[in-house]
Design a protein. Structure first.
Length: 365
């Protein structure tokens, strides 16, 4: 495929890939992402129903991959769908450290930052810097509406030859695999698919130790007038909005507002304590071997991040393999404070693109 050879390549079709596409300063760049699970089937992947995270009224997404996750007291998820997690998320972002110039830039790209209030979003928080990302139709941001010129495909593996990066990719419209070199590779895939890719690329070895971390998290039913505790970060959902969110309604539905007289709410609590979980690779099984928590399930926040392999963070891991591989999204960030992780991802994009002189933002000040 001549049009793909020796160009910059983004792999992914979710939030991270969308932010990269918006902020990157590059003409010769291609974007390949999985619109669904069909490309993954071509790699003889296994279905992992236990990793599927769907809501009744949202478009269904399935998990297919190479690794099996074994153990208890954790809940991981994997969504092979264009838009990724943004099709079912709460869309929250903490603007405490986000530059105003970036906020204005993203607003021009039809990304709106909405103050939390019960009347408009059905939510409030004890941190007034937490906003909700919405589109121009007052719906929670679905990056599927923003990301363009994406080729439907699935990455099988990558390898290195004479300091060059090669990828093997299945393209749906051609119904076949292609192997080609890329100049710079931008990986914008979640922790589960990233581990699958590392395994298929023979970059993981038997007995390797895999670690992920997240801030302690829980949902709790509460009274709506109960004061919010400053010892943790809380996003409080009116009960009617919580019900809508549970079903996968990505806007504050007028139908559910008929229940707003109920004096209850659901608090999404993020604590300042970090939890971690470790797995050991045994053939194609990731066996849970340890954790530092009790009670709640690891992964309930869906913000598990900071992937480490044998104690080495994934950014350093790839840098040793080839300095032209860059990763974005949850596996590649070490979340700074509890709550939304979208802000950490955006700031990481800016930092990395600026370092390689590929940040578009400065051109629009």
């Amino acid at each position: 495929m001549i049009f793909l050879r020796n160009k910059n390549l983004i792999i992914g079709a979710g939030f991270s890939a969308t932010i990269i596409k918006i902020l990157i300063k590059a003409k010769n760049i291609n974007l390949i992402g999985a619109f669904n699970h069909k490309g993954a089937l071509k790699v003889n992947n296994l279905r992992r129903a236990e990793l599927e995270s769907n809501k009744i009224l949202s478009k269904k997404a399935y998990s297919y991959g190479s690794l099996k996750f074994r153990g208890s007291k954790f809940i991981l998820h994997d969504r092979l769908i264009k838009g990724g997690n943004s099709k079912i998320w709460g869309g929250h972002i903490n603007l405490s450290s986000v530059p105003k110039s970036l906020i204005l830039f993203l607003q021009k790209k039809k990304i709106n930052f909405i103050n939390l209030c019960f009347d408009r979003t059905g939510t409030v928080s004890n941190n007034n810097k937490i906003k909700q990302l919405q589109n121009n139709k007052n719906k929670i941001l679905d990056t599927n509406d923003l990301i363009t010129n994406v080729k439907d495909g699935y990455i099988d593996y990558l390898y290195f030859k004479k300091k060059k990066i090669f990828v093997r990719v299945y393209l749906t419209n051609k119904n076949k695999f292609f192997i080609f070199p890329v100049k710079k590779l931008f990986l914008c895939i979640g922790p589960i698919q990233l581990l699958d890719l590392l395994y298929r690329s023979k970059l993981l070895n038997n007995k390797d130790i895999i670690q992920l971390s997240e801030f302690k998290h829980e949902f709790k039913l509460n009274l709506i007038n109960k004061p919010l505790d400053k010892k943790k970060i809380t996003i409080r959902y009116r009960l009617d909005r919580a019900i809508g969110h549970f079903f996968g309604i990505q806007f504050y539905s007028k139908f559910f507002k008929i229940f707003k007289f109920l004096p209850f709410c659901v608090d999404q609590n993020f604590y300042f304590k970090k939890n971690y979980i470790k797995f050991k690779l045994s053939k194609n099984n990731l066996l849970k071997i340890s954790n530092n928590f009790s009670g709640n399930l690891f992964g309930s926040s869906i913000h598990y991040c900071n992937l480490k392999i044998n104690g080495i963070d994934i950014n350093s891991f790839f840098k040793k393999k080839n300095p032209n591989i860059f990763g974005f999204g949850m596996p590649f960030v070490d979340q700074i404070s509890p709550g939304p992780i979208s802000n950490d991802i955006i700031l990481d994009v800016i930092k990395k693109l600026k370092k390689i002189n590929m940040l578009k933002l400065n051109e629009n000040r």
